[in-house]
Design a protein around this ligand. Sequence first.
Ligand code: NAD
Ligand code: DAO
Ligand code: ZN
Ligand code: ZN
Length: 351
Amino acid sequence: AGKPITCKAAVAWGPPRRPKTRNHRICHTDAYTLSGQDPEGLFPVILGHEGGGIVESVGEGVTNVQPGDHVIPLYIPQCGECKFCKSPKTNLCQKIRVTQGQGVMPDGTSRFTCNGKKVYHFMGCSTFSEYTVVADISVAKVNPNAELDKICLLGCGVPTGYGAALNTAKVEKGSTCAVWGLGAVGLAVGIGCKAAGASKIIGVDVNPDKFKIAKDFGFTDFVNPKDYEKPIQEVLAEKTDGGLDFTFECVGNVQTMRAALESCHKGWGVSTIVGVAGAGQEISTRPFQLVTGRVWKGTAFGGWKSRDSVPKLVEEYCHKPQIMPLDKFITHNLKFGQINEAFHLMHKGER
Ligand code: NAD
Ligand code: DAO
Ligand code: ZN
Ligand code: ZN
């Protein structure tokens, strides 16, 4: 502790350039920041917010982890003391929100340099590096017997979708559900709806290649909006006797957010926004949609209080892989130096 470590990291020097990255997964949010659209996007930066690692050393006063512990970095920390952490209604710990948004540690400093230049932290994680430095409240200590190259997936997309269904929407047994966007997040909503006992889980995607794989994640029916002339809301209302009990938007597109809300059943349908839209974009619908009983919600990291929940999700994967089938989400395993290739594969939709 306290001494600099020289290691390999993928430094993103600015939006037009691609970065070159132990167990990291790329989430589309990293691509979003790289595109320069993220309001918190500072450069140069070490991106990456989904990973797994082993504690090398700890700073003074750190008691929750020790060298050798297996950990998953958390972009939503859990201090346990702030008003948000004390409320059972939210997982949005605010203890280090300001400095995390500024790309620095809670003491206001960056712990990365490259060629003598200061390099910013990203989402309190910066996992595209062999070594990183994070706040003590930004790591979950997990079962050391769980494979880090699998459980790193529990750092973002999988808990987000799974929790969107279980924690945010609170999907009910026998209910009907529809999910827009069958990427990792949408597929994870599928496993959540299935775990909750939904009777019908409709996948909605403009890329029909996604339908085959989605069957393996609990989806029972599929709709490609491109196959219809009329709005998808009407198509789904006809297929479901007036609309869905629960819908989820996992694309990040304000038009599909509207379609998901309006595809809900009058009187009780709940629509949850999971996708992150571009900076400055706005959603709209007719207020009558809400007056007549549809509910619009949103979720960050599936509502999970991170340090309490991630270790439990790791145990769920270890002991009930039929419910938490992490292995099925893995399509490619690449080496650290192949991060650019990983971005290309992601953009090609090969997941
Ligand atoms: P992804 O790109 O892998 O998947 C998106 C899917 O949407 C693709 O299959 C694509 O074909 C489909 N799609 C695109 N346009 C569509 C349309 N008009 N109608 C229907 N389907 C369409 O993305 P992902 O990694 O699964 O992430 C999904 C979203 O969730 C992103 O916006 C991401 O930023 C967001 N996200 C949110 C949180 C959170 O905490 N709220 C966490 C992680 C990711
Ligand atoms: O507390 O205000 C806050 C911000 C918490 C971060 C929420 C991020 C949700 C979306 C993340 C996208 C994928 C990592
Ligand atoms: Zn992510
Ligand atoms: Zn807190």
